[in-house]
Write a protein of this length. Sequence first.
Length: 63
Amino acid sequence: MKNRLKVLRAERDWSQQDLADALGVSRQSVNAIETGKYDPSLPLAFRIADLFELTIEAIFVRD
């Protein structure tokens, strides 16, 4: 699944670790989501959407 996570994070000048801390996950998890190697669980996707104040659909797009 493609996503805009890296762009959204960069717009806020957050490191992967900053985002990981805000979401309660590891930096490696954030990296894996950004690179498309891992699709987040639905609860995590909702946490990401809430953090960026966007809908899940605005962040994650089907391939």
